[in-house]
Design a protein around this ligand. Sequence first.
Ligand code: G6P
Ligand code: ZN
Length: 583
Amino acid sequence: MVFKVSLVSTSPIDGQKPGTSGLRKKVKVFKQPNYLENFVQATFNALTPEKVKGATLVVSGDGRYYSKDAVQIIIKMAAANGVRRVWVGKNTLLSTPAVSAVIRERAGADGSKATGAFILTASHNPGGPTEDFGIKYNMENGGPAPESITDKIYENTKTIKEYPIAEDLPNVDISSLGVTSFEGPEGKFDVEVFDSADDYVKLMKSIFDFESIRKLLSPPKFTFCYDALHGVAGAYAHRIFVEELGAQENSLLNCTPKEDFGGGHPDPNLTYAKELVARMGLGKSETGVEPPEFGAAADGDADRNMILGKRFFVTPSDSVAIIAANAIGAIPYFSSGLKGVARSMPTSAALDVVAKSLKLKFFEVPTGWKFFGNLMDAGMCSVCGEESFGTGSDHIREKDGIWAVLAWLSILAHKNKENLDGNSKLVTVEDIVRQHWATYGRHYYTRYDYENVDAAKAKELMEHLVKLQSSIPEVNKIVKGICSDVANVSSADEFEYKDPVDGSISKHQGIRYLFEDGSRLVFRLSGTGSEGATIRLYIEQYEKDPSKTGRESQEALSPLVDLALKLSKMQEFTGRSAPTVIT
Ligand code: G6P
Ligand code: ZN
């Protein structure tokens, strides 16, 4: 049968500007007639018809509600736009890092390579009929589309008049592996459903020493727990941790991917990963069972990670610094050294200290993984991370939740090589972190989020903070009036970044107040929310004295927190007396 292509008339729909990581909206918004179709066609048009014709496209995601419908729509539109083949992970499941790996590594039976991907995810936002859906496009290098493309996509959504679709193309069975071939007006069109984990597992095995991790995970000494929060990480966790690395079945929590993430909020932090937090002995009440030595969680699309030790939380900012400091001896992929390291601006300066001490190239980029991608493509950066529970390396062009866990397990395996047999004591996650602080100093760090704040009020708060910056002496007067035992503000600005690779400039990337002792207050508006505005406040204080690195973080930071709230007039502008989430 030859499928037909029909042209559907449409008109622009407001609000299709892709955010930091694609377009994220409530499912009911996506279900409006032509909503998804307009965005997909706007993307095809931005990529240009010449590039789309004959292309091999990956379409998959975290499996959230509406993915199954969306994938069939995109297949029909891809066929109509002259795409040669679409690759779909079984049941539409591919983690964001796995998509990046598939684009970069996978070869079809005929040697074909993917040219890009539609990733169907709203990351760590909840899923289900009344929650969020999302879509973003990744390029040939496996990374998110750059602003030049997303801007074009947005422009196209404002002028779109029609899109082609192969309406009579039957739905493809995405639950069984194999190729389904069709014949269209422009020739052959194939849809291949493939295993979600194969390519990714192969890549991980080429980076890490699985044998040494296997030894670490074999009972009885080291105990382990992984919580996928019912996101797509579950599709990888069993395969990697249990089948490949020999972890116990019962070390996996919530590892069955669900369309609604089991009703939870699939964001790996101390607030939302409740079950893991309790199991690790970090809950309000002890469970009576001895917590495991190591725990980790992932978000919906498995690019984020949270690392925990027994009764111990590792901040993401510390995590990337510790991985960078230990990578060379512990991870075969880095055995010849690190090309450089990078962090996002609001991430703490723990990584800076490591870079300085190891004489590594160092970059501070705006929030958003795409900024790391440019550095990696240019061979300038090997390891990078963000305070928002994202850590990764140049093996792909997305952050990678499972990679981060394997990196930590590699470090633990390396440090415990001699301790696994007999009675010697294990070096724990907490030991590694405390040792790191003793060597490099500690960056006390916390983030306050005010979610779903009135957008106009959030804007006013930010404007107020920018206005204040015009006179540092004035700021210091206010600071001293609020709190006498914090250092002076030495400078304040709005973060601006010039990409060293392509020279592009990104302005207004967050408001900074920098203190003489290295402390920082940073304010920015989230680029990933789907309703109202989310204000993020990042608070950091550096302590070099090893005898003072063991304090409780919220207590150590409390003068700075108080100062930040008063300086920004948080309650006045937002009407909120407390943040929605503290991480
Ligand atoms: C996504 C991106 C990250 C970024 C984060 C910021 O997860 O992949 O690179 O750090 O969004 O989110 P925000 O809500 O703070 O803009
Ligand atoms: Zn994510």
